[in-house]
Design a protein around this ligand. Structure first.
Ligand code: DC
Length: 219
């Protein structure tokens, strides 16, 4: 890669549509994509697999330092068990510190010579890449997000209780937003995109319009 990497930071709560948007923007611009939630899920999964407690700083810190890129390919990381453990390890400072260098390195030097990177998570625009060229905070009401999650799980053939999914979503939101380190909050200079009444195409169009203003050359 020649020149500085163009960085797009996408943050927001679970099931707001961050992942889909991040993938579409990365494809559109030919940028590298990093789903940072997967890092926390892999740390949580590793602790569980070793019979540890995801809230234990020693176990979680060791799991974060031992994390290897191949750990991110585990299909179990998509399941709610890993998500629950992720939101616990994510509150531990040692874990966040161990994952910070990897995320910053990815943004500054995207793999495969790509000219830019899209990172999606909770604290990308506020902590990981405070100087990102474009910052989007994707959100939606907790009810809409829980509904989307129920639909997604049913499409995967899973039997779900909507009220339990809503409750779980509220608990995760509370943990992500109230933790003392890198809580979920929109960066002051982020473009806030409420997706409650938009479909994926509408979200992409709105985001693209914003990014184009930040990146007039399309570089
Ligand atoms: O986006 P996700 O559901 O895969 O994230 C899993 C958990 O990881 C979520 O509870 C919040 C945490 N997380 C975080 O604290 N910081 C990030 N940059 C990404 C995810």
């Amino acid at each position: 890669m020649t020149g500085r990497s163009f960085v797009i930071a996408i943050d927001g709560p679970a099931a707001a549509g961050k992942g889909t948007l991040a993938r579409r923007l990365a494809d559109h611009f030919g940028y590298a994509l990093l789903d940072t939630g997967l890092l926390y899920r892999a740390v949580g999964r590793r602790v569980l697999d070793r019979g540890g407690n995801p809230s234990d700083p020693l176990a979680a810190g060791a799991a974060a330092r031992a994390l290897r890129p191949e750990n991110l390919d585990d299909p179990r990381l998509r399941l709610d068990e890993a998500a629950g453990a992720a939101s616990k390890v994510a509150a531990i400072p040692e874990v966040r510190a161990a994952l910070l260098d990897f995320q910053r390195g990815f943004a500054a030097h995207p793999p495969d010579g790509k000219r830019g990177a899209v990172l999606d998570g909770r604290d990308i625009g506020t902590h990981v890449c405070p100087n990102a060229d474009a910052k989007i905070f994707v959100t939606a009401s907790v009810e809409v997000r829980a509904e989307r999650r129920v639909k997604e799980l049913r499409e995967r053939g899973l039997d779900v209780i909507p009220s339990a999914v809503l409750q779980d979503m509220k608990e995760r939101d509370a943990r992500d937003s109230s933790r003392s380190i890198a809580p979920l909050v929109a960066a002051a200079d982020a473009f806030v995109l409420d997706t409650s009444s938009l479909d994926a195409d509408g979200v992409f169009a709105a985001a693209l319009q914003y990014v184009a203003l930040r990146n007039p050359t399309g570089a």
